[in-house]
Design a binder for this molecule. Structure first.
Ligand code: BGC
Length: 456
């Protein structure tokens, strides 16, 4: 049952990756058809992250009023609408609009889907289950690369293919219930009890249902205050905000989307001459991204968030630094080095720096500001995504591959310091315990530490 919850919500992640990645294959055809210049190309490409930025602005409010389930139904409808309009587009304006709608849906789903999984999952499996969302993103990226390859002659078909997972999401979600935490916050306790029992596969009267329900009720009925910006900025919640926003800023400035969108360019820079081999190497990056996400899923609840984060930032820094140095020194065999470096980079990212910010943003905020806090963290993600994607080509021209990758490598080193200084250990810790720790005003990074250290 719980896996069904994750699978349905994971569909939202697939759509995220697909609608981001599909432009890579389509641009090649769109350029001559619509006479798109590089500036317009930037606008068409960035319409998705821009739309997502707007979507993430209101996702918190939609998540509260429509519920987690209602919001995903709404996003699903937008995914279908956007895909159909994009497929029928007669000019760049309509295309930009359609991609804006798709981005808007992504912005909502990117917040609500991890929340939906997280609020339905038992603490011990939460990290792994939310990582399914990240896995779905990577599958969506590979799916889009594949669709771009198979339907190489028709960009309309490429876009239309996005309507299929777009349809699957609302159909799947239609048969699911909302999360116990949202139901309790709306005073619908009896329904919440039934959901917990069903998700756990036990009777509604079972003791574990009682204890979970009362733990949820306690945080919901906790100190009364308006769940607004003031609360998000309050001293008790601020450490969660720093971690939520900080991790996404670092994730994006580690250059992930420069690699995802511009991998062929990178491979070209390092000496791959033919377009075919550039695309092949890019496909390799997409596949390693998927495979290493499985490794991350296996490790996230076992190894703990902090150790995995250290490994991730160390690995990404290493991969990037190797390419930056090799390119600066003009070493022989730079092409081979760039493949190895990017595989190390994407592998470390996929197992750690990719999924962890998503997992942690869904668990560190107190319930009352959870949706709002996640909106703000997501906003940081999208804003930095746009910055990186827009700036990469000009930076490449200005300071070369060694300069850009050197900068991203530095950001990853900063990530190590940030993890040490601010990131708490939330592995296996109940959401209610995380909230109590924050409210007690204890240093956030001390959370779960002794427990993690005591583990064999
Ligand atoms: C990031 C995306 C990125 C993706 C790549 C996600 O965690 O937030 O920006 O495109 O990973 O797999």
């Amino acid at each position: 049952m719980i896996y069904l919850v994750a699978a349905v919500a994971g569909m939202a992640g697939f759509l995220f990756g697909f609608d981001e990645g599909v432009i890579a294959g389509a641009l090649y055809l769109l350029r001559p058809q619509f006479g798109i210049d590089p500036v317009m190309e930037g606008v068409v490409t960035a319409a998705v992250p821009f739309g997502a930025l707007l979507g993430s602005l209101i996702a918190g409010r939609i998540g509260e009023s429509l519920g987690r389930r209602g919001s995903l139904l709404f996003a699903g409808a937008l995914f279908v609408l956007g895909a159909v309009i994009a497929a029928l587009a007669t000019g760049t304006f309509v295309l930009i609009l359609a991609r804006g709608v798709l981005g808007f849906a992504i912005g909502i789903a990117a917040i609500v889907a991890p929340l939906y999984i997280s609020e339905n999952a038992p603490a011990g499996k939460r990290g792994m289950l939310v990582s399914i969302y990240q896995l779905a993103i990577t599958l969506g990226i590979v799916g889009a690369y594949l669709v771009g390859y198979v339907f190489a002659g028709s960009w309309r078909t490429m876009f239309l293919m996005g309507a299929l997972p777009g349809l699957a999401l609302p159909i799947g979600i239609f048969f699911m219930t909302d999360t116990p935490r949202w139901l309790v916050s709306k005073g619908r306790k009896a329904e919440a009890r039934a959901v917990i029992a069903r998700v756990r596969g036990v009777a509604p009267e079972a003791a574990e249902v009682d204890s979970e329900l009362s733990a949820i009720a306690q945080t919901v009925d906790g100190p009364a205050h308006a769940a607004g910006w003031a609360d998000l900025m309050s001293p008790a919640v601020r450490p969660a905000l720093v971690v939520g926003v900080g991790l996404f800023v670092l994730q994006q400035l580690s250059g992930i989307n420069a690699v995802i969108y511009f991998a062929p360019t990178v491979f070209k820079e390092t000496g791959f001459d033919s377009h075919a081999t550039q695309l092949l190497a890019t496909m390799g990056v997409g596949i390693v991204n998927v495979l290493m996400t499985f490794v991350g899923m296996a490790l996230i609840d076992r190894l703990g968030r902090r150790p995995l984060m250290y490994l991730g930032f160390a690995g990404t820094a290493l991969g990037l630094a190797a390419i930056a140095l090799g390119s600066a020194l003009g070493v022989a065999g730079l092409a081979t080095l760039s493949v190895i470096g990017l595989i190390v980079y994407i592998g470390a990212f996929a197992a750690s720096v990719g999924p962890l910010p998503w997992v942690m943003m869904s668990e560190i905020f107190p319930l009352k500001v959870r949706a709002l806090g996640m909106s703000v963290a997501s906003l940081a993600n999208w804003a930095m995504n746009v910055v990186v994607v827009f700036s990469f080509p000009s930076l490449l021209q200005a300071v070369g591959l060694s300069g850009v990758f050197g900068f991203y490598a530095l950001v990853c080193c900063l990530g190590l310091v940030f993890t040490w200084r601010y990131v708490p250990e939330t592995s296996g810790v109940e959401l209610e315990t995380i909230e109590a720790h924050l409210r007690a005003g204890r240093p956030f990074r001390d959370l779960g530490r002794r427990k993690a250290a005591a583990r064999p």
